[in-house]
Design a protein around this ligand. Structure first.
Ligand SMILES: Cc1cc2nc3c(=O)[nH]c(=O)nc-3n(C[C@H](O)[C@H](O)[C@H](O)COP(=O)(O)OP(=O)(O)OC[C@H]3O[C@@H](n4cnc5c(N)ncnc54)[C@H](O)[C@@H]3O)c2cc1C
Length: 301
């Protein structure tokens, strides 16, 4: 059922169309011919990852997985841009922003930071069953949670600064069977059932349109993330953050955690610096000859 209303104000003539089934409110400005669509039910999901606040990633030598314990953590920097984009979409078009993360209990800190920035809800996906997840198992688990929450737009960072694969976003989209657009640096237009964005390329940008629901991975050029406000911090401190466990997801056991991870890490090691060095002396031509000889012996030439 649709309701229509036209009215005149000092700044122009407007028309409103409310669609009860779609839960949309369209606002037309007849003077500028511009159309704004508000959707009460626009579900925006932001996937954030808590990452170590250090370049020194520690590896568990027995399991070959990242060790997070004892390392100060932050929200993956690209994910802050995803949160900012979600908040701007909500401010301009209406809807609800939910932030999710899959991680250990301490990942709750990242969710509180997102709440302080102004997101509506936060959910922690955490269970021993998820430990050791590779990118596929991570994407599978996140996609199951997103299915339960409902979604129109899913925002992810371009990549995580620790794992660095940039796989999780596109994998979630594949598992949910929805389109995805990676490396988004501008959201140009959001319609009732479509989105138009700019996708950053090496030599410029592509303009891409996709139907909703859609998943976007975003780059830092998209926006400047806002700082948490004092009011936001107070809300975040008191907020309760529900934990979604393996049981809640209706996921298949063989698809989660280490056993659900097709990637097998054979060996990870920190490169050790060798102290061998040789200083060449004498006239420059002799040094070049000697250097070439050394490089040939090392099979570099
Ligand atoms: C066999 C194996 C076992 C592993 N075990 C562990 C482990 O026990 N603990 C561990 O921390 N890592 C583990 N990892 C690393 C883990 O797979 C990746 O860190 C994780 O899947 C995300 O990949 P990425 O960091 O490359 O993220 P990317 O694909 O680079 O991230 C892109 C975007 O996806 C979203 N995203 C990524 N991860 C999450 C998340 N967890 N929650 C919400 N959104 C997310 C964010 O928006 C992020 O910006 C393991 C990897 C392998 C191969």
């Amino acid at each position: 059922m649709r309701y229509f209303l036209n009215f005149k104000t000092s700044i122009g003539k407007f028309g409103l169309i409310q669609d009860i089934e779609k839960k949309t409110l369209k606002v037309y400005n007849f003077n500028s011919c511009c159309k704004i669509i508000f959707r009460d039910n626009m579900n925006i999901i932001v996937c954030i990852k808590q990452v170590p606040d250090t370049a020194e990633i520690k590896i568990n030598p027995h399991t070959n997985t990242l060790m997070r314990e004892g390392v100060p953590s932050i929200i993956n920097p690209y994910d802050l841009h995803a949160i900012e984009a979600a908040l701007q979409l909500k401010e301009n078009k209406g809807g609800k922003v939910t932030v999710i993360t899959m991680g250990p209990p301490q990942a709750e800190d990242a969710l509180r930071e997102a709440l302080a920035m102004g997101v509506d809800e936060a959910k922690l996906i955490s269970d021993k069953a998820f430990a050791g997840s590779d990118t596929w198992a991570t994407a599978y688990t996140l996609s199951k949670a997103i299915e339960k929450l409902g979604f129109d737009i899913i925002l992810c960072g371009k990549q995580a600064i620790d794992g660095d694969t940039a796989q999780v976003g596109p994998e979630i989209a594949e598992l949910l069977d929805i389109p995805h657009i990676a490396y988004v640096n501008l959201i140009k237009e959001l319609g009732d059932d479509y989105i138009i964005v700019h996708r950053l390329m090496d030599d410029g940008y592509d303009i891409v349109q996709a139907s909703l629901p859609v998943l976007l991975t975003v780059v830092k050029e998209l926006n400047v993330p806002r700082l948490p406000s004092l009011k936001g911090k107070l809300i975040a401190k008191k907020a309760s953050i529900p934990v979604i466990t393996f049981k809640d997801l209706g996921a298949q056991e063989e698809n989660v955690g280490l056993q659900g991870s097709p990637t097998k890490v054979k060996n990870i090691f920190a490169q050790t610096m060798k102290g061998d060095r040789k200083i060449l002396e004498g006239d420059i031509e002799k040094q070049v000859e000697e250097l070439l000889e050394v490089l040939k012996n090392l099979k570099c030439l």
